[in-house]
Design a protein around this ligand. Structure first.
Ligand SMILES: [Fe+2]
Length: 265
């Protein structure tokens, strides 16, 4: 099983770099479409758009509609839950029993669980008692398969960059960490938000953070020849070895799947 993870596309329509963000997103989808073997699923770990606006989601939906693999999306702190739901409701996987954008996908050898780590108070992550209960329920629904969990905010201290803690308090992050270890069947945690690549652990669970697809918002130093090239992650699952993660660099050559015409949505 292969999962392509993308994150932090921050689609905006009226910033000076709006065209570049749309271009980065479209080139990434085109690159994923060209993979052989093709991924089984694409997961977007949030900050799909920059201002939570419906017209931004319309652009993002148009870009993701080009993807050949099934796409699953999470909400990031820049997303608007209601507008995200409206934009992606026809996909059929978003839960409808709660305001939280959390759900499980059971179509693969590994269950995919998407979490909602949004806070109503700011850009950092939150995970309330109700979301803990919902996560435990999602984990317990199916008792056999290994599980990969996707979050926007990484539930471990990221030791690169100026900020180590991406949740509001260590206690909140600890609550999520304990819930993730509830069954022993969560074998990987994949996150975004930080706009830098990093790896760590959630207890004994391996965890990675991918950088932003938006090259203008990417943090860290990249050589000049990579400035215009988005970077994403491919997670390959093996029943014995678990996940291995490849960092994939999108090519700079113009792609037939992206032209300035497809920019208008
Ligand atoms: Fe972001």
């Amino acid at each position: 099983m292969i999962i392509a993870q993308i994150s932090d596309t921050h689609i905006a329509l009226d910033t000076p770099d709006a065209d570049r963000r749309i271009r980065d997103f479209a080139l990434t989808v085109a690159d994923i479409n060209a993979l052989d073997p093709a991924p089984d699923a694409i997961v977007h770990t949030g900050d799909i758009v920059h201002n939570g606006r419906r017209d931004e989601y319309a652009q993002a939906v148009a870009t993701l509609a080009q993807a050949r693999a099934p796409v699953h999306v999470l909400a990031g702190n820049k997303d608007d839950r209601a507008n995200l739901r409206a934009a992606f409701s026809s996909c059929g996987y978003l839960s409808s029993d709660s305001e939280f954008v959390d759900y499980a996908i059971d179509d693969y050898p590994v269950r995919l669980i998407a979490l909602d780590t949004l806070s109503s108070d700011g850009n950092k992550g939150d995970f309330c008692a109700e979301r803990v209960r919902r996560l435990i329920d999602l984990i317990d629904t199916e008792p056999a398969k290994p599980i990969a969990v996707f979050t926007h905010h990484p539930p471990f201290e990221v030791m690169v960059g100026p900020e180590r803690l991406h949740f509001e308090t260590p206690e909140v992050m600890s609550r999520l960490r304990q819930a993730l270890q509830h069954s022993g069947r969560v074998i990987a945690v994949f996150s975004g938000h930080v706009h830098r690549a990093a790896a760590g652990h959630v207890g004994s669970i391996p965890a990675t953070v991918m950088t932003s697809i938006s090259t203008t918002l990417r943090k860290g130093d990249y050589p000049a020849r990579m400035k215009m090239r988005p970077v994403y992650h491919l997670h390959r699952f093996d029943p014995v070895w678990g996940f291995t993660t490849e960092t994939r660099i999108v090519g700079t050559a113009p792609s037939a799947a992206w032209t300035s015409d497809s920019n208008a949505a």
